[in-house]
Design a protein around this ligand. Structure first.
Ligand SMILES: *Cc1c(COP(=O)(O)O)cnc(C)c1O
Length: 336
């Protein structure tokens, strides 16, 4: 139900992100789809995104009726390569979804430069980057719209599914408000095509309002943990991440990934792969992308990435144990 708790959370989260408008929706994928529709994306339009972000943006582009176009990632931060974006622009390009992956902001400055002459809007996928900031601006406040998931495992998580769109633009916010509720301009008056039911629930909104004041301190803990884990894995000195990284996941890369996974499992430490299959290799999307499409950096990353536990509730002893296990593996790997 869209009641007072949803309105209160929307106001609090808009203020936190430094934007004028926040529209609560049912989940993060809906946020992306509704944002695209609010920008006028639909059949005949192309929307550019990356192949290594778990298919969320590709699924939303398809749900909006547009065509996803994939560009490769930068090998370092594993987010959209601005040079690849420049090559992918076409007259049909209607928007770009930039995913801030694993907690780290993408290179929005270079991406904005590539798009400067074309007036193509950027939709930020901030579902792994709640509170990440650069130059005093928060994730979600750089582009035309910022989309968030508040799934329980996110840096700001509710008790179930929830999401939001933030924007400076009142017209985009108004469209999104109509689209999340059947296209209603006023109750029972559906003026806007493409509407559906995607409401943020009152209970989820109440939980999110309680948790929001603690987000920054949780992010600081995550950052400190990420710094230590990376250092243990790399061996040398690694700088603690800056404010542009909220350490949603600690993603390591290893040529010996399956050995590392097995080593961690023997030490009783869980790990997971985010994400094992690039979008253009997903069986469900056969026919959406050219079968010979090659995006080498994303493919290399999919073969090497491994996420190890990184969340604010880890105890000092648990962090020590994970670091110790990573350091022992690093020693072994350095001798191969
Ligand atoms: C979790 C996530 C989503 C999807 O959010 P849902 O609430 O599960 O729909 C979208 N993008 C990214 C980058 C995510 O991590």
């Amino acid at each position: 139900m869209l009641g007072p708790r949803v309105a209160a959370f929307e106001a609090a989260f808009a203020a936190y992100c430094g934007v004028g408008e926040c529209v609560g929706v049912a989940n993060g994928t809906d946020a992306l789809e509704i944002a695209l529709r609010a920008l006028g994306c639909g059949p005949g339009d192309e929307v550019i995104t990356v192949p290594n972000a778990g298919m969320y943006s590709t699924a939303a582009i398809l749900a909006a009726g547009a065509r996803p176009v994939l560009v490769d990632i930068e090998p370092g931060r594993m987010t959209m390569d601005p040079a690849g974006l420049a090559l992918a622009l076409r007259p049909a390009t209607k928007a770009v979804i930039v995913t801030h992956l694993y907690g780290r902001l993408a290179d929005l400055g270079s991406i904005a430069n590539v798009l400067a002459s074309r007036n193509i809007p950027v939709v930020e996928d901030c579902s792994q980057a709640h509170g990440a900031e650069f130059g005093g601006k928060k994730a979600g406040s750089f582009g035309a719209a910022g989309c968030f998931s508040f799934y329980p495992t996110k840096n700001l998580g509710s008790l179930g599914d929830a999401g939001a769109i933030v924007t400076h633009d009142r017209a985009i916010a108004r469209s999104a408000r109509e689209l999340r509720q059947y296209g209603w301009e006023a109750k029972y008056h559906a003026a806007r095509p493409g509407g559906r039911n995607s409401r943020l629930d009152e209970i989820q909104a109440a939980v999110l309002s309680l948790k929001l004041p603690r987000l920054d301190s949780w992010n600081a803990k995550r950052r400190a943990i990420l710094g230590r884990l990376r250092q243990a894995h790399a061996g040398g000195r690694v700088l603690t991440p800056g404010l542009d990284d909220v350490a949603h996941l600690c993603v390591l890369r290893s040529r010996f990934r399956s050995a590392l996974m097995a080593h961690l499992a023997r030490d009783g430490i869980g790990s997971d792969i985010h994400y094992p299959i690039p979008d253009h290799r997903q069986p469900a999307l056969r026919g959406v992308f050219a079968s010979d499409l090659s995006l080498p950096q994303a493919e290399a990353a999919a073969a090497e990435v491994l996420s190890v536990p990184c969340f604010p509730e880890l105890t000092a002893g648990e962090i020590d144990r994970i670091c110790d296990s990573l350091a022992r593996f690093a020693l072994w790997a350095s001798r191969q």
